[in-house]
Design a protein around this ligand. Sequence first.
Ligand SMILES: [Zn+2]
Length: 73
Amino acid sequence: MKIEEREVTILNWCPSCGGTNEVTISLASYLKWQRGGELIQFAMPDLSADEREMLMTGTCPPCWDKMFGEDDE
Ligand SMILES: [Zn+2]
């Protein structure tokens, strides 16, 4: 198996609620983003916006909704 075909699981802390979340992506995408300086939406076009947010900031979807959602409360 080529190294680019491996997957990595990125574990993050949500800065808002302190919970952990994880996103599994291909190593190739991860390296493109981290080392190649590629914008995350181009390096990982298959990820949802929620997943990209978890990778970038750790913020989990419920907290993201709380911060930016329009239909909360
Ligand atoms: Zn959270």
